[in-house]
Design a protein around this ligand. Sequence first.
Ligand code: NA7
Length: 533
Amino acid sequence: MSESIRTFDAVVVGAGFAGMYMLYRLREHGYRAVVFERADGVGGTWYWNRYPGARCDVESLEYSYSFSDALQQEWEWSERYSGQPEILKYANHVADRFDLRRDIEFETSVISAHYQNDEANWRIATDRNETVIAKYLIMATGCLSSTNLPAIEGISDFQGETYHTGQWPHEPVDLHGKRVGIIGTGSSAIQAIPYLAREAGELVVFQRTPNFSIPARNREADPDEVERVKGDYQGFREFNRKAPAAIRGTMPGRNESALDVPEDERNEELHKRWEHGGFAFMGAFNDLGLNKEANDIAAAFVREQIREIVDDPDVADTLSPDNVIGCKRLCLDTEYYETYNLPHVKLVDINKDPIQRLTKVGVKTDSTEYEFDVVVFATGFDAMTGTLLRVDIRGKDGLTLQQKWEEGPKTYLGLTTANFPNMFMISGPGSPSVLTNMIVSIEQHVDWITACLEYMREHEHAAINAESTAEEEWVAYVNAIAGMTLYPTCNSWYLGANIPGKPRVFMPHVGFPNYVQRCEEVVNNNYQGFELT
Ligand code: NA7
């Protein structure tokens, strides 16, 4: 006897902040929905990234849901920037408060999703050997959810412990007195290194590219500020949504070119922001992300700070990036550069002394074999497309997403991709996503999708499909705006440059308010650029 197949209006993949809010909205509008989540709990990014020191780089009062006033009023953040445990606690609180768990199936991965032309629905298979049918497929799979393990020879030969920052164990990892090596110096490493150094007997950092980092100046939450924000939380949210990256921080950006300000005043402004901490640094002038000459000024300032903090001038030099500041995502740290003054911490520039391989006992470079008890990979993610492409997604006439995106992701609004009808991506490539406060972007996408589903219900449409021409125009437009900035000038994961063989395409859309406006125009013009059948 064949098993009965469960059917839903919508299947949501992923129970991070995107999947949870999507479920909330779907239920509110009476859709039958299920969420499949590979982890055994909610939280997505914040479920997986449990490495010591993991912390959000957007201030807590902004990095939270705005959809429920009761929620934002009742929740108390303890610090200016929340640490991973607190954000995960918040995600769990949201799941409980809105009774979301009853429609989330944990420890269940979606393996394939095939669109059925005749039925205008998706046939979705999971690793629990189940197939379900849903009219809508909503990928809430996150932008940084497929970890990247470098192709270094001998990883499996190493007999000590290995960890990836993006898949850190749930139990505390005891590093007391151990010899620890860490590969990578991106944002995760920059947060983790000071913590690893506190415990490790010896810490060796293998750096390929130095990164710019600004002190976070984390502190306890300020009760006056909390009271002020909560006094008009909706007003605060609306004001923030109008900022270019939907993030305001606590120091307003200055609307003046760095090149129009005398040198001493320029330095004073940069100093003030360095002391204030956080992304406010890039708001010192309005052209740091646009004009190389202006950017050089801010970059030189940070290099000067590194030289002041780090005792050994050679180490300071190795830690100093020579590229554009803010081109890769700016890192925020707590005593990162200071850590290199500790006698048991060593920096290895692998451009000068390349890693040959991992051995039974540690890491072998051209000059030295370093012995370790633990090797940490802080080597990032196959960002934005990695997780989507790992699922066998097939659209119209069996077209696979892998085939379609062979030369890089192509989307319309970063929400849909032509010939994959009734499939939506939350914070997909071609949307502002990682260049913004993610929760704000997520809420905007979920609300857009919900309104679209309501429109389809009202007009009795079976399928929505992006038109290829609209998609081509969108891809060209996203590239054109990126081309007006300094973003494409370095090898960042925004460009896919961290993954060997990945097509070099700038994936996120620059700017939030202009994006929202485009999305609204599409709706106001009866879903312009979409074919509704
Ligand atoms: P990132 O920012 O992608 O950093 C990964 C780091 O790992 C970076 O320093 C890389 O050097 C390094 N890396 C990657 N592959 C190798 C190999 N093969 N050998 C040596 N070093 C390597 O990931 P994170 O997890 O730190 O941060 C991701 C985002 O999370 C961050 O932007 C925030 O938005 C939050 P490279 O620079 O490629 O030379």
